[in-house]
Design a protein around this ligand. Structure first.
Ligand SMILES: [Zn+2]
Length: 156
């Protein structure tokens, strides 16, 4: 999520506030500027703005693994224009930041686990070998340039 939209739940107010996220946290507004009510905001998920994110499973090149060992894996997180750029089987070189994130067993728990999972936040991907692309001629891509809001009802 890049930006969250909150709406005041007070009757006849329905004031909307857009909050830009910083460091993956949402600062929920506590007081409504319009009607003065406190803690009256509710998040409107369908009006929030999101960016593309994809988790790739990167495996060590099998030829470079010593005999008797199995290839190691690492999760690679890609964002925005790096999403859907690689296909299964592609050989890639990844430049990124190796991160450790605490494993939280239950979302509502405030405590963090002492167990960490590791992953790579990708900055750049470089192909060393690409898998042949399947024929895409039959696919007609949408010409719409303006993306519809999720909350808009669309006739399908
Ligand atoms: Zn209000």
């Amino acid at each position: 999520m890049n930006a969250a939209v909150f709406r005041c739940t007070t009757e006849d107010c329905k004031h909307e506030v857009k909050v830009i996220l910083s460091h993956w946290t949402i600062d929920e507004p506590t007081k409504c500027e319009l009607c003065g009510a406190s803690h009256s905001f509710q998040i409107i998920h369908n009006d929030c703005q999101f960016s593309d994110r994809q988790v790739l499973k990167l495996q060590e090149t099998p030829e470079l693994v010593p005999d008797g060992e199995t290839p190691q894996n690492v999760a690679v997180v890609v964002f925005d224009d790096l999403v859907n750029q690689v296909r299964p089987g592609d050989r890639v070189q990844v430049t990124g930041i190796y991160r450790a994130a605490p494993v939280q067993r239950i979302r509502s728990w405030r405590m963090c686990s002492s167990v960490y999972r590791t992953y790579v936040d990708a900055i750049a991907l470089e192909y060393t070998k690409r898998v042949e692309a399947p024929a895409m001629d039959h696919l007609v891509l949408s010409q719409d340039t303006a993306l519809p809001k999720l909350s808009e009802e669309r006739a399908v």
